[in-house]
Design a protein around this ligand. Structure first.
Ligand code: UD1
Length: 341
């Protein structure tokens, strides 16, 4: 059984990917410092799959600990690197923490890949690298733009670190996956997104408002050049997204990649406005959401959605879950977490 290291595997996308990897017959080893995740997600993974992944708690910035890890686990066949700091606002306040956490952890992993002979890495990137694109939808060849935040810049620079390292070391192969907006939860409601404090992202804010933790959702802006004036994103179901990681790992393990470094957009291909997302939630949950329209949020872009042709044709992967079903999964998870079921 092939062993896959999932960094950040206790987190939101990492835990869903651990489940899909186990379902596909891989052995998962999770490294997580639990800075923005909970050990409880391992219980969820175990309940869903019947298997509890191996778990090591440490920070990837600590090179000695990482080297000790690879000595302890000499059979890792591939790495999926989720672990990163990801709050846009916080990255503006404490940029050095973001650069250190996100850049040094990838550099340490790549150095260990060379030292311990691990060929394959899948990296979590983001559509944030496109900024506000000049043309929609965005393909993988759409030019990247200057990042709007230190967080966004870490994704851009990490893509370059990966590309340059692979160019210089043909022993390493990598795939960068540019996520659009991952939302929803596992249909079992046993794992999901659990933001610390007040959520910055739309769907956790919606579900927390519906659950009574927040008095109202603020819709940031209704004067954008979009269908109803609210901003447009490409919301991708987290289980669909997790499955793309299994395909990407298989592609590397089976040498199906066309070049050493590849990039794929992971989205649905559909642009959805904030107000449409609210409607989809209301329809799926049967709960009327209290919301009000306020001014734009600083740093937000107007609209973005993915051209998924390359991922569909080359990976053979496609987002399958509809937005209402995804919203329902987010709602079932929120209710379970709040003891409402
Ligand atoms: C944000 C980041 C992005 C990052 C991603 C990771 C910004 C500008 N972008 O994406 O770089 O990769 O999170 O999670 O922060 N909205 C509301 N009310 C709310 C919350 C959100 O109206 O309370 C709107 C936003 O204005 C936006 C949409 O909902 O139009 C989605 O917002 P969000 O979930 O925060 O994602 P992004 O901003 O797209």
């Amino acid at each position: 059984m092939k062993q896959i290291l999932v960094t950040g595997g206790a987190g939101y996308i990492g835990s869903h990917t651990a489940v899909e990897l186990i379902n596909a017959g891989y052995e998962v080893v999770i490294v997580d410092n639990l800075s923005n995740s909970s050990i409880d997600s391992l219980d969820g993974i175990e309940k869903i799959t019947g298997i509890r992944p191996a778990f090591e708690q440490f920070d990837l910035v600590d090179k000695d600990k990482l080297e000790n890890f690879f000595t302890k686990y000499p059979n890792i066949a591939a790495i999926i690197h989720f672990a990163a700091s990801k709050a846009v606002g916080e990255s503006v306040e404490i940029p050095l923490m973001y650069y250190k956490n996100n850049l040094v952890s990838l550099i340490n992993l790549l150095e260990c890949q060379l030292k311990f002979g691990i060929s394959n890495i899948v990296f979590s990137s983001s559509c944030t690298v496109y900024g506000q694109p000049d043309q929609l939808p965005v393909t993988e060849n759409t030019p990247r733009k200057d990042a709007e935040s230190p967080y966004g810049n870490t994704k851009r620079v990490n893509e370059d670190i990966l590309k340059d390292t692979i160019a210089a070391n043909p022993a390493i192969k990598g795939i960068a996956l540019r996520y659009f907006n991952p939302v929803g939860a596992h249909p079992s409601a046993l794992i999901g997104e659990l933001p610390l404090g007040v959520p910055a992202n739309l769907v956790p804010f919606i579900t927390q408002t519906a659950a009574g933790l927040r008095s109202e959702l603020k819709v940031f802006g209704n004067d954008y050049d979009t269908i109803d004036g609210s901003a447009v994103r490409d919301y991708i179901n987290v289980v669909d997204l997790a499955k793309a990681h299994v395909v990407a790992v298989e592609r590397l393990l089976e040498n199906k990649n066309k070049s050493g470094y590849e990039i794929f957009n992971l989205g649905t291909g559909n642009g959805v406005s904030v107000l449409e997302a609210v409607q989809a939630f209301e329809k799926a949950s049967g709960v009327k959401l209290n919301y009000k329209i306020v001014g734009r949020r600083a740093g937000d872009i107007e609209k973005i959605w993915a051209d998924t042709t390359f991922a569909n044709e080359e990976l053979g992967w496609k987002a399958e879950t509809g937005l209402e079903e995804t919203m329902l999964s987010a709602w079932l998870w929120e209710k379970r977490v709040r003891g409402m079921e």
